[in-house]
Design a protein around this ligand. Sequence first.
Ligand code: GAR
Length: 190
Amino acid sequence: MVKNRTCVFISGQGSNLKNLIYHSRDNNFPIKICLIASNNKNAYGIKYAQKYKIPYITFNTQLKNYNNKILLNLRKHKISFICLAGYMRIISPNLIMKYKNRIINIHPSLLPKFKGLNTFSRMLKNKEKRAGCTVHYVNKKLDSGNSIVQKSFFIKENDKVSNLKEKTQRLEYKAFPEAIIKIFRNKTNS
Ligand code: GAR
């Protein structure tokens, strides 16, 4: 199988990155992670880049030329697909244009509900029945691109922010790889 050269963007813990690295080591999984990019030089997830010897870059979104650094490195590593895995910044419009329909994001809610930050506390406040995660395409509007995979569970009465996060992340580790398989299966069939 020809693997799609992928860059994973992270900002923090990187547990979804770790899970994607694990899946991508399977010959039948459609992506190879060739670059890791982080806006946070202290992100724990960078340790996985070092451990698995995957090239990585860090950048400061406060600096004017940070987007050029990203674009140059995406070109250098011949990246054709991008996964946002806990990346807590907005992607620049010109990167979105260059990678149209080739950037996906994982979000900890059942979109279109609870776009943005602090999803779990807002769900609890709203007395939602269900929580979950969504893998979706990235477009210019925050958390608004077409959904690819969604997984949900029922919220229990004693659920708090911390265990909602834990339950959601357990679903994310299934949803993200599933979405990637779905995307590339559809591409080879079309
Ligand atoms: C994930 O739960 C992801 O859904 C969320 O950040 C977490 C990152 O965890 N993303 C967002 O909130 C994006 N708006 P990880 O670094 O351990 O993968």
